[in-house]
Design a protein around this ligand. Structure first.
Ligand code: ACO
Length: 174
């Protein structure tokens, strides 16, 4: 098992992993947007694979980004006053192939991404959404990684399920 920064060559493998594991899917262009704009904060977990072109297959990924430019966001009249305008990261998507779960892969991917968002891009906190029914992910975020639930967003997902909006403060280790 190898965990490393994601490259443009990994994007199709990440998309495949996402399609297998989650109902929230994205066009390849959206992965490319992440990789080009914030190349340091998305990571993949890989295993050796003889039958693949580059000799490895992607068994997990975290796709992360920085949120809107705070200056642009501050000047947006539609923006709620309650929103936190400090520079912050966002976890767009995380998943691990079923046979590789409960081995600490998601935990490692997330910790690497959170560190890069903070140290490389100056994120002061990180946000994400998770389905109300997603016990495994909620445990990971809340209990292992100490995210806080900020609010419940009713009908956030396309199928009508509610999402917990979660947030974690980040700080550079002394
Ligand atoms: N039940 C309860 N807690 C769990 C479970 C589970 N099935 N799986 C993981 N956890 C929690 C535990 O707190 C665990 O800590 P512990 O091992 O000390 O008990 C912690 O997560 C870390 O576990 P990992 O082994 O690092 O997690 P894993 O690599 O198995 O991946 C993930 C967890 C990503 C949620 C995986 O189950 C998955 O891919 N699920 C489908 C896709 C998904 O739901 N992705 C998240 C959507 S939200 C988003 O993308 C922003």
């Amino acid at each position: 098992m190898n965990i490393r920064k994601a490259t443009v060559e990994d994007l199709a493998g990440m998309q495949n992993c996402n399609l297998t594991n989650l109902p929230e899917n994205y066009v390849l262009k959206y992965y490319l947007y992440h990789a080009i704009s914030w190349p340091q904060c998305s990571f993949v977990a890989t295993m050796p694979a003889k039958d693949s072109e580059n000799g490895e297959k992607i068994v997990g990924y975290v796709l992360a980004k920085m949120e809107d430019d705070p200056v642009v966001a501050q000047n947006n009249p539609d923006k709620s006053k309650e929103e936190d305008d400090r520079p912050h990261g966002h976890i767009t998507s995380l998943s691990v192939m079923r046979t590789y779960r409960r081995m600490g892969i998601a935990d490692k991917l997330m910790r690497l991404s959170l560190r890069a968002l903070c140290e490389v891009y100056g994120a002061q906190y990180v946000s994400l959404h998770v389905r109300k029914s997603n016990r495994a992910a909620l445990h990971l975020y809340r209990d292992s990684l100490q995210f806080e639930v900020k609010k419940l967003e009713n009908g956030y997902y396309a199928d009508g399920e509610d999402a917990y909006s979660m947030k974690k403060e980040l700080s550079v280790d002394p």
